[in-house]
Design a protein around this ligand. Structure first.
Ligand SMILES: [Fe+2]
Length: 273
């Protein structure tokens, strides 16, 4: 194995707020800025930066307006998708090209031998039963079908990205606002042997799962996290634990997802005796 890594950086659930506002006393813009600087400093060779939804806290124009300058000098190509807290029209205007011809923030990227399929699970028209749960409409599923077929023709293994996980995680309040038509996604992914991994956000916690045999990684927010209170709770319960981002590596036939906490300490590497 050589020294070259095919590498993508992943941030999810930024929850940028308007000037002067905070979330449980935290400044999401400061947290994301710190995390992005941390990631770019250590991984200048990253080929993609993926922002996996909930870029903003309320979907307001002012929130996107604060995020854009932070990304202005990013040397890595940026791919964004929608979370339940985003507003489609405003996100589309803030990130020209983010919405495809169908109007959805769905993108296919190549990373080394992999094809990355970033899906848009935001439910704008209330097809899912609850306000914050996710939905993949027929148009988005048709895009997925076409891209899965194209990846198979190209001989590429696939990593899929969704904001909303399609599986329960044990936090009942979050499970209630998951991907409402999860079976429509999982049926397709289970039927496609070249789909190897699923990466999600939404929960604000590092979680490893297997959804009907498909490995799932759920990444933390760079800002506020979900407290480890299994069972009933409210989805707004949050805790000030370290923020994090994900690092996806394509290593030969192995897919690796690291999660890197930042702002913990000096970050200095020391050798114990
Ligand atoms: Fe979120």
């Amino acid at each position: 194995m050589g020294e070259h890594f095919d590498k993508a950086l992943i941030f999810t659930d930024l929850h940028i707020v308007s000037e002067g506002e905070t979330i449980i006393g935290l400044d999401p813009l400061a947290r994301f800025s710190e995390g992005l600087a941390h990631a770019l400093d250590r991984h200048p060779d990253a080929q993609h930066l993926i922002l996996l939804g909930d870029l903003t806290h309320t979907g307001a124009q002012a929130e996107y307006d604060r995020l854009i300058p932070v990304l202005a000098d990013c040397p890595v190509p940026i791919t964004v998708t929608m979370g339940n807290h985003d507003t489609r029209a405003i996100l589309g205007a803030a990130f020209p090209g983010a919405l495809n011809a169908d109007g959805f923030a769905q993108t296919a990227l190549d990373l080394g031998p992999l094809r990355l399929l970033v899906l848009d699970t935001h439910d704008d028209d209330g097809q899912a039963p609850l306000e914050h749960d996710g939905w993949l409409c027929k148009t988005r599923l048709a895009w997925l079908d076409a891209e899965l077929a194209r990846a198979a023709r190209d001989g590429r293994d696939v990593v899929v990205f969704t904001h909303h996980p399609p599986c329960p995680v044990g936090f009942w309040a979050m499970d209630a606002i998951g991907l409402a038509n999860a079976d429509a996604l999982l049926d397709r992914l289970h039927a496609a042997p070249h789909v190897k991994h699923l990466i999600c956000g939404h929960i604000h916690r590092t979680i490893h799962a297997s959804a009907g045999g498909l490995p799932v990684t759920i990444l933390k927010s760079p800002c506020h996290q979900n407290p480890m209170i299994l069972g009933q709770g409210t989805f707004a319960d949050s805790v000030d634990e370290p923020g994090a981002y994900g690092i996806l590596l394509a290593l030969d036939d192995t897919i690796v997802v690291h999660t890197e906490d930042f702002a913990l300490s000096s970050g200095k590497v020391q050798r114990y005796k």
